[in-house]
Design a protein around this ligand. Structure first.
Ligand code: SF4
Length: 395
């Protein structure tokens, strides 16, 4: 058996560890590319969500590299995500890949431990001894997912300060390679320091005061750089500090009912959407309010074209929240038709707009002027983010 799973940005490194720790042979699909999207679009129903098409293309790429067992996460609805695996398996069989299985990885409620049945099914390991293997695999998975989250946090912060465009991207790539090769607990425990050390060596201009922008949206589009036209890098290279709490780790901890940050976001969005309607709708609304309260300068909402929950979030922000909180927002709906030039023009216009607002804000605020014309933000972010901020404060 050779196993694979679809791309979702850097999350592949955590999933690879999870299955390799169970002695399963894993092949990775090629990074999502034009060819994968072309295949996904060609064989998918026209009206289906874009992540369905992109992940179908990834599956074909993995099959061509020898994969015969494909794992696809599923949820209990209420949107279309719950049906991806079954429909994709039928399409792959119709395409002629008759021996391929698409196995659902149930993540509706991780405390129900149905995911353990999937791990048992693909690894074939049963009995008491096998449980120590599962525990180790899950610990490695969670640790790598958290470290990927930390890399994302540091990247979003430090890129805004880099003097030589591209240095942050190189550091991130090296860190991902190192993390992929770190498969012992001692190394993983120490890896947070490796992230801080590597970013601390970046050639930075610590005198600047970058604009702060929050990024949120549907999880696949938000995490997969080919699909979102690498929006985080583009914004960072325009000198913007990016805050994106959405990550694989953020999602998994939420599904273990331990994500208090998400519970806070749910509390904030409750007056507008009192229940989970799928996608990230509830949390996008919460993020928008949270970032507005934290004095952020802008907000980016990205989602797949035709994504019902995210379109609902967009409508509520436009018609209600924007009037209350007045945080500038730009929306990006991505699909196979997304083009770079229009995207870049809109992004640049948005950055110009929030830059002008920042200048006005400083002009009207004596405290900011006394701070060397730098905006003062309230305390924000998790422990790791604040540890990174301390590195920036050392001259
Ligand atoms: S969240 Fe949006 S893109 Fe994802 S399955 Fe649901 S409707 Fe489709």
């Amino acid at each position: 058996m050779i196993l694979s799973f679809p791309n979702m940005g850097r999350s592949i490194y955590a999933f690879k560890t999870l299955f390799e720790q169970l002695d399963i042979k894993v092949v990775l699909a090629d990074p999502t590319n034009r060819e994968a999207i072309k295949i996904g679009v060609k064989y998918s129903p026209e009206f289906v969500c874009f992540p369905f098409k992109a992940t179908l293309g990834d599956f074909v790429s993995a099959i061509k590299k020898g994969a015969d067992t494909l794992v696809m996460a599923i949820d209990c609805g209420p949107c279309r995500f719950g049906f991806y695996h079954a429909v994709q398996e039928r399409i792959l069989h119709d395409m002629g890949y008759k021996n391929v299985r698409v196995i659902p990885l149930d993540q509706a409620d991780l405390l129900e431990f149905r995911w353990l049945e999937t791990l048992q099914e693909v690894s074939g390991k049963h009995g008491l001894f096998a449980y120590s293997k599962y525990v180790k695999a899950v610990i490695f998975f969670l640790k790598k997912a958290k470290l990927l989250n930390d890399i994302q946090t540091a990247e979003g912060l430090f890129r805004a300060y880099e003097r030589n465009q591209g240095d942050t991207t190189i550091i991130v790539k090296n860190l991902l390679d190192k993390l992929d090769q770190t498969n012992n607990l001692k190394g993983l425990r120490n890896f947070k320091n490796v992230i801080k050390e590597d970013f601390n060596n970046l050639d930075m201009d610590k005198t600047i005061s970058p604009l702060r922008v929050g990024l949120s949206g549907e999880i696949h589009v938000s995490l997969e750089p080919y699909v979102n036209l690498d929006i985080r890098r583009k914004l960072g290279e325009m000198g913007i500090e990016i805050h994106q709490s959405l990550s694989l780790y953020d999602w998994v901890v939420h599904k273990f009912h331990l994500n208090y940050h998400r519970k806070w976001l749910e509390h904030l969005s409750h007056p507008y959407v009192p229940m989970d309607i799928g996608g990230e709708c509830v949390w996008v609304l919460g993020e928008y309010i949270d970032k507005a309260k934290a004095g952020f300068d802008g907000f980016v909402h990205s989602y797949p074209f035709t994504c019902m929950p995210e379109v609902t979030a967009r409508t509520i922000i436009t018609n209600k929240l924007k009037r209350i909180y007045d945080l500038p927002i730009i929306y990006f709906s991505f699909d196979e038709q997304s083009g770079m030039e229009g995207f870049r023009t809109r992004l640049e216009a948005f950055v110009d707009l929030i830059n002008d607002r920042r200048k006005q804000e400083i002009k009207n605020n004596a405290e900011f002027q006394a701070n060397g014309n730098k905006k003062i933000y309230p305390h924000y972010g998790d422990n790791f983010y604040n540890e990174c901020i301390q590195l920036l404060q050392v001259k």
